[in-house]
Design a protein around this ligand. Structure first.
Ligand code: NAD
Length: 334
């Protein structure tokens, strides 16, 4: 069976997913697109031999669409995810599921009322080979208990429209989910440290900043967010445990030795660094849809990450630790 996919919001991320689905991923085909910019939808549809729909609602309800990918921007996700649940169609929604926990809760309520899991959230780091190796080692217990994790998330730059809160709810949200998954527990508080600001871009941003999270068992995670670092897309993570440490290695690249120097490439962007993870993530989703199963992060993961980010955003304007407010995990998401 070929899963017929409808793509909402084929911008940078959406078109990269289409390219993967049509070249290296098996079992799926993007047959329909819609975008708030009709010219973009028509252009992409013409290129892939699919149909452009005037609205996302029409795409979701089309009998020619088996499953939906949502790659529009965060605030637009909720309405389309709810429409997919109402139509009973599996939906892969790019992160963030929603920019606020309250909106994610509405999605969880609708999904539970529907009765089966339909929502997968695009937290791709869970599919990255090096993160998976790190988790397997920590889970094995060989290094003892994990005590701290040091993370960094550096982007070369961000667009003009990047607002002050996005450092947390659009950028740090990747570490928030990856650390919940790596540690297998929830965070109870968030705090933000504000170092000296870069003079090179956007005075309205606190850039860099350090988000500090504490887990239920007391593990401390610090996450440096530096979104105008100029030099590349650099993702770091080192877990410190009782008997040793484990870190992500650099991007899988060669190093060159010449003229008395060693040079190594730094990834350009998320597609460069996490290309393999995106392929595994989308392949696993399409294969699960074909089998009538659910895979990947759930709406609960989207909600829990949003709760931590809500606390992190508050910590940007409030002194000290901010408690993470979260409902108890419903049995539906156990
Ligand atoms: P983009 O601006 O390149 O593309 C967004 C597209 O959505 C555009 O074509 C835009 O016209 C369309 N759009 C906006 N509002 C819409 C609406 N209401 N209905 C339909 N279409 C709408 O942005 P992007 O970089 O591709 O990001 C898209 C999503 O992917 C975001 O949620 C972003 O956070 C996520 N993302 C994830 C990763 C990752 O590493 N997993 C990386 C980048 C972006």
């Amino acid at each position: 069976m070929t899963v017929r996919i409808g793509m909402i919001g084929p911008g940078g991320m959406g078109q990269a997913h289409i390219e993967r689905i049509h070249t290296v991923i098996a079992g799926g085909r993007v047959v329909a697109v819609s975008d708030i910019d009709p010219g973009r939808a028509q252009g992409v549809a013409a290129r892939i031999g699919g149909t452009a729909y005037a609205t996302s609602q029409e795409l979701i309800e089309s009998p020619d669409v088996d499953a939906v990918m949502i790659c529009s921007f965060g605030p637009a996700h909720e309405v389309d995810v709810l429409a997919c649940i109402a139509a009973g169609k599996p939906v892969f929604c790019e992160k963030p599921l929603t920019p606020t926990a309250a909106a994610a809760l509405r999605i969880m309520d609708a999904e539970q009322a529907h009765g089966t899991r339909l929502v997968t959230v695009g937290f791709m780091r869970r599919f990255d080979a090096s993160y998976r190796e790190m988790k397997a080692l920590l889970d094995s217990g060989e290094l003892g208990e994990t005590l701290m994790v040091h993370c960094a998330h550096r982007n070369p730059t961000v667009p003009q429209g990047y607002t002050w809160d996005m450092a947390i709810n659009d950028t740090a949200i990747h570490e928030v989910d990856a650390m919940r998954w790596l540690l297998g527990e929830e965070f109870i508080s968030a705090r933000v440290d504000t170092p000296k600001k870069t003079t090179l871009r956007f005075p309205h941003l606190q850039d860099p900043l350090v988000l500090i999270l504490t887990s239920a068992s007391g593990v401390r995670v610090d996450d440096e967010i530096f979104v105008n670092c100029q030099y590349g897309y650099d993702i770091r993570c080192e877990a410190v445990a009782e008997r040793g440490t484990v870190s992500l290695s650099d991007h899988e690249v060669t190093s060159v030795r010449r003229a008395w120097a060693v040079t190594k490439k730094v990834a350009r962007d998320h597609n460069d660094r996490f290309g393999g993870a995106f392929v595994t993530e989308v392949q696993e989703w399409i294969s699960a849809v074909a089998r009538g199963e659910h895979t990947g992060s759930t709406a609960w993961d989207g909600y829990a990450a949003a709760c931590v980010c809500d606390a992190g955003v508050r910590a940007l304007t409030e002194d000290g630790e901010v408690a993470v407010k979260m409902i108890e995990r419903p049995a539906f998401y156990a």
